[in-house]
Design a protein around this ligand. Structure first.
Ligand SMILES: Nc1ncnc2c1ncn2[C@@H]1O[C@H](COP(=O)(O)OP(=O)(O)OP(=O)(O)O)[C@@H](O)[C@H]1O
Ligand SMILES: [Mg+2]
Length: 261
């Protein structure tokens, strides 16, 4: 059974068909990339999986069960974590605090026992710290642990956002343009991390990305979208060389190449 199934999903915004009869499945343990020109419907697909939008048609299943009856606050509880194209972190909180927020779905103790600081709470807090410290080590964020988000460079915020999603220990990680705005070196780090997230942590990754070098180096399969419609689905070379994909990119000014700083 596939981990995530997008089954003939359509979503309209007024006259715009942002997602048009899209179907694909993401298998457990793979890195699946979605590519396509601006406005193709990539982030909208993420917002559908996150339950921010209801599809007009179709079904979305996670682990074999439809998630359309769930609210967006219940998605993390299933083990689905995401990052946002425009980074969403608590600006006036530290890196550590932001990562602890990512642990939300694992909190068992209620507010009363937390207020009384019962023994179980202390143990639970220790486990959260431990999980978050592992994420900090994995992403090399030690130097930023106590720093406030508001004062951090863009590239570091981007990594913290990935960390916040990882701290949830998800089964499925949705990354919306993890390399956008990053330098060549930072993008290489993202490639290594995505590989390790898949191989060492066993987390399935669904990624939207414009950088075709990154997509080709880390993805098992790629879906190309344009104007909400599926153009091609296959291995990175199959999709990159597909005539419909080549045509969709002609005349667009997609930033596929990064110029070393
Ligand atoms: N909340 C919304 N209200 C109205 N239209 C929207 C909304 N969100 C997205 N759209 C439209 O839906 C289409 C798909 O947008 P989407 O953000 O999914 O594109 P994308 O593939 O993520 O593009 P980009 O590469 O620029 O991030 C676009 O035409 C966009 O203008
Ligand atoms: Mg987008």
């Amino acid at each position: 059974m596939s981990l995530l199934e997008i089954d003939n999903v359509t979503l309209r915004f007024g006259g715009v068909v942002a997602v048009n009869q899209v179907s694909f499945s993401v298998e457990e343990g793979e890195v699946f990339a979605i590519v396509g020109p601006n406005g193709a419907g990539k982030s909208t697909l993420f917002n559908l999986v996150s339950r921010f939008y209801d599809p007009a048609e179709g079904d979305i299943r996670f682990d074999g069960k439809s998630i359309l009856s769930l609210g967006s606050h219940e998605i993390a509880g299933l083990g689905i974590a995401r990052t946002f194209q425009n980074i969403e972190l608590f600006e006036q909180a530290t890196v550590l605090q932001n990562l602890l927020v990512g642990r939300h779905r694992h909190r068992k103790s209620n507010l009363v026992s937390q207020a009384l600081f019962l023994p179980g709470v202390r143990e639970e807090e220790r486990q959260h710290r431990q999980a978050v410290e592992q994420v900090i080590d994995f992403l090399d964020l030690q130097a930023y642990r106590e720093k406030y988000i508001a004062g951090l460079p863009y590239g570091v915020r981007k990594v913290v956002e990935m960390g916040r999603a990882l701290a949830l220990e998800p089964r499925l990680l949705l990354l919306d343009e993890p390399a956008s705005g990053l330098s060549v070196e930072e993008t290489q780090d993202v490639a290594f991390w995505v590989e390790d997230i898949k191989k060492q942590m066993g987390i399935t990754v669904l990624m939207v990305e414009h950088d075709m070098h990154l997509v080709a180096s880390v993805s098992d399969r790629v879906l190309a979208l344009a104007d909400g419609k599926m153009l091609a689905l296959g291995t990175p070379p199959e999709v990159q060389n597909h005539p419909a994909v080549v045509e969709a990119y002609i005349g667009t000014t997609e930033a596929n190449e990064k110029v070393p700083a």
